[in-house]
Design a binder for this molecule. Structure first.
Ligand code: 5GP
Length: 190
């Protein structure tokens, strides 16, 4: 998606450890117009999948997920992050290791908001090693629901996250695909 690539080129900052900082439009301040375009693009790409619900993880997945929900006219559920959980009976939970924060979090979704009949589209801001997506897939498995697509705003294709999705034959669409973050701070797209 050209608009997104241009935004990454002009505002993205390459940090150590292969992290791209995009807090000017995605991870802290949010460019609502860009998110609107992203939502419409995911809506177009997954049109044939008859999606009934969108799943994401708080907090940075919420903006693109909500815009996709708007474009597809379906509800959006975000998994919540908890350090520890006591009452888990009414929750689906999974453990997710965070690439950027280097800590593990429990993520959870209330059983009230997913249903066996749902056809779910997962949306997230980044795909790196696939931990966040893996956690959401674990929850989908526990809930016995079909994941019909994964939509990623920025994929770092030099990391291995996409394999988990391809192994399961799930449609994967990434709007910006980065093949390298260079030592001198450049972003190289596929
Ligand atoms: P994964 O679980 O695929 O390893 O990483 C995905 C999650 O880690 C994303 O939801 C995002 O929050 C965070 N993340 C991974 N790589 C980056 C990055 O280069 N920049 C930013 N801002 N977040 C990242």
């Amino acid at each position: 998606m050209k608009l997104l690539e241009d935004k990454i080129k002009s505002e993205g900052i390459v940090l150590p450890n292969n992290v791209l900082k995009v807090d000017g439009f995605l991870n802290h301040q949010v460019d609502a117009q860009l998110m609107f375009e992203i939502g419409k693009e995911f809506g177009r790409l997954f049109k044939k999948q008859n999606v009934t619900k969108i799943l994401t993880v708080e907090s940075s997945g919420i903006a693109p997920a909500v815009m996709t929900g708007l474009a597809m006219d379906v509800p959006v559920v975000f998994a919540r992050k908890h350090k520890s959980l006591t009452l888990t009976d009414d929750l689906y939970t999974a453990s997710v290791y965070s690439y950027t924060k280097q800590t593990s979090n429990q993520i959870s979704i209330s059983k009230r908001f997913i249903d066996e009949e749902d056809r779910v589209l997962i949306i997230d801001d980044f795909l790196a090693n696939g931990q966040a997506i893996s956690g959401l897939l674990d929850i989908a498995d526990a809930a016995n629901i079909d994941v019909v697509g994964v939509g990623i705003v920025i994929e770092k294709t030099f990391q291995k996250g996409s394999q988990i999705i391809k192994d399961r034959d799930i449609q994967l669409e990434s709007l910006a695909r980065i093949k390298a973050l260079t030592d001198d701070g450049q972003v190289e797209f596929e």
